[in-house]
Design a protein around this ligand. Structure first.
Ligand SMILES: Nc1ncnc2c1ncn2[C@@H]1O[C@H](COP(=O)(O)OP(=O)(O)OP(=O)(O)O)[C@@H](O)[C@H]1O
Ligand SMILES: [Mg+2]
Length: 255
């Protein structure tokens, strides 16, 4: 692999859906401790990038490495075992279970068949469940039905579920999607402080530039499936090519 210091490295990743080149030869190296934002306009390939690196779709070509090991095409549960957690653009909690049960399921493995032992499992892992709830600011919501939480709290629960696997690398696809502006910033600051506290590396996609510039240490801009630009936030913000792609949208918050 190209970059020996990288925790995570993507080499020449491409994904074709019929005639659509959703990802075009994307190469990217992420160092330990980075908060990497992957941005780009609608349809740029952000979700495809996430879904391809997390084994939901096999890439058409290219490879993915984590800690120097080739992980291309490995499914999410295999990635979770080696230290990669993820959340989705569309929240993927068990809405009909309680908050606590969602975490208990996560802690016993994401396999649905683990439900068969459920009647015996009500008190399972409770110290760790409480710890996870405290980390994401959901203390006291343990017995609520997850589907009745506010959208922002459901996202926090999803984050706690991802943290249950004790990841080194956290992949967040649109962690603030559907939230109100204030809630978005609070939510991404939570991700930033958790990353520092737990020594996590984070790769996230995001539409809201205020959110991106609040925490990202490095930004990769995708456009039509390819990497258009990459660098520290101030440098990326100043690039004419980036400004052009975001014409009509704010690339940076007003300072
Ligand atoms: N499962 C799929 N089948 C066919 N085409 C797809 C599929 N997923 C994505 N695409 C296409 O690939 C391209 C990239 O889409 P993708 O969802 O990755 O973009 P995105 O950057 O996440 O967009 P958004 O900002 O709207 O979330 C688009 O042209 C999309 O229509
Ligand atoms: Mg998307």
């Amino acid at each position: 692999m190209a970059n020996a210091d990288a925790l995570f490295h993507v080499d020449g990743l491409s994904k074709q859906f019929g005639g659509v080149q959703a990802l075009a030869n994307v190469t990217m190296s992420v160092a330990p401790g980075e908060l990497r934002a992957v941005i780009g306009p609608n349809g740029a390939g952000k979700s495809t990038f996430f879904n391809t690196i997390t084994g939901l779709f096999p890439p058409t070509s290219g490879n993915v490495f984590f800690q120097g090991e080739r992980i291309t095409g490995q499914p999410p549960h295999a990635l979770a075992r080696i230290g990669i957690g993820r959340t989705f653009q569309i929240t993927s909690i068990f809405r009909e279970l309680t908050v606590r049960e969602n975490l208990q399921v996560a802690l016993t493995g994401r396999e649905r068949r683990s439900w068969s032992i459920w009647p015996k499992a009500r008190t399972m892992n409770m110290p760790r469940v409480r710890e996870l709830l405290a980390l994401v600011g959901l203390t006291d919501t343990g017995t609520r039905i997850a589907g009745t939480l506010s959208h922002g709290d459901q996202k926090r629960l999803e984050l706690a579920i991802a943290l249950a696997g004790q990841p080194r690398l956290l992949l967040l696809d649109e962690p603030t999607a559907g939230m109100a502006a204030q809630e978005r910033l609070a939510s991404i600051h939570l991700v930033g402080s958790l990353a520092r506290e737990l020594g996590l590396t984070v790769i996230f996609t995001e539409h809201d530039m205020a959110v991106v510039f609040a925490v990202a240490t490095v930004i990769t801009v995708l456009h039509q499936g390819a990497v258009l630009a990459e660098g520290i936030p101030a440098a990326v913000r100043a690039m004419p090519a980036v400004q052009q792609v975001y014409l009509g949208e704010a690339v940076a918050p007003v300072e």
